[in-house]
Design a protein around this ligand. Structure first.
Ligand SMILES: C[S@@+](CC[C@H](N)C(=O)[O-])C[C@H]1O[C@@H](n2cnc3c(N)ncnc32)[C@H](O)[C@@H]1O
Length: 257
């Protein structure tokens, strides 16, 4: 149904390394998010697909990207041979980089329109903080993954420097206050409206959710990591309070046995 063309396939695994150099490269690309979104999101998508490929084979696998947005992630996953489906709640976001492509589903991550266990890799990047019931969405991602399949979930942490998105760093004084300030200064609402399309999701919540899954029969926690940091900086996740501020973005990787 969805993927008609099979682009050149890049090998799985091997090449992803969370080095300081990779972190610096991503932070440098981040400067282009507003002036040149295609550049930034292409870099992020390629990095993400490489990271996912370090946990699982992608060639021929069915990947569901929850909150996929425009097609940057599609191209990165397809370049690794994955059969890619994007689900998003907003048709405008899906059309952001041009036409809405085949293999796209309009729906909510909190109620995935897929049966249990039919997806090889359920992936989501920077979406959890935009849904009112984030851990319901996480549960849904786990539900649709087949035995042996992978959940890769990554979100922007509320108390991180970018937690308030375009209202940062004023979110440190409260989400509503930051939203009101933005409205006063810009004469319009921010794109990410606290309490409506932006919610405070913490590292603590993510680790607690992952820990709960460990107790569920048949689910292994494969990895917990600050997404953009070098591997040696993972220790921050063990330090309450500090981890909320410096993690930026938490990655949770689970595998169904
Ligand atoms: C910040 S964008 C992230 C896009 C892409 N995943 C990335 O990492 O760049 C957040 C996306 O989540 C989508 N979204 C918001 N609420 C959603 C929901 N309940 N279900 C599915 N997608 C949702 C938005 O429409 C938007 O495309």
């Amino acid at each position: 149904m969805m993927v008609t063309m099979r682009p050149r396939v890049r090998p799985a695994g091997g090449e992803f390394r969370a080095t300081l150099r990779r972190s610096l490269h991503l932070f440098n690309e981040f400067r282009y998010e507003q002036p040149d979104p295609a550049r930034f999101y292409t870099a992020l998508a390629e990095d993400s697909a490489a990271q996912v490929a370090s946990y699982t084979e992608l060639d021929g696998r069915l990947v569901l990207d929850v909150g996929g947005g425009p097609g940057y992630f599609r191209r990165a996953f397809q370049a690794r041979g994955a059969r890619y489906l994007a689900l998003d709640a907003d048709a405008g976001e899906l059309a952001g980089a041009g036409e809405i492509e085949e293999g796209t589903v309009l729906g909510s991550g909190m109620e995935l329109p897929f049966r249990d266990g039919c997806i090889d890799v359920c992936y989501s990047s920077n979406v959890l903080e935009h849904v009112p019931d984030p851990w319901r969405m996480a549960d849904e991602m786990l539900r649709v993954v087949r035995p042996g399949g992978l959940v890769f979930l990554s979100y922007t942490v509320w108390f991180g420097p970018w937690g308030g998105h375009e209202t940062a760093p004023w979110h440190y004084l409260g989400g509503m206050r930051a939203r009101r300030r933005y409205r006063r200064r810009h004469g319009h609402e921010p794109k990410n409206r606290f309490g409506e399309s932006l919610f405070p999701v913490t590292v603590r919540d993510g680790l607690a959710w992952a820990r709960r899954q460990r107790l569920v029969d048949g689910v292994d926690v494969v990895d917990l990591a600050p997404r953009y940091h070098p591997r040696w900086a993972r220790w921050v996740l063990r330090v309450p309070v500090l981890r909320e501020v410096v993690t930026w973005n938490l990655v949770i990787v689970l595998r169904r046995r």
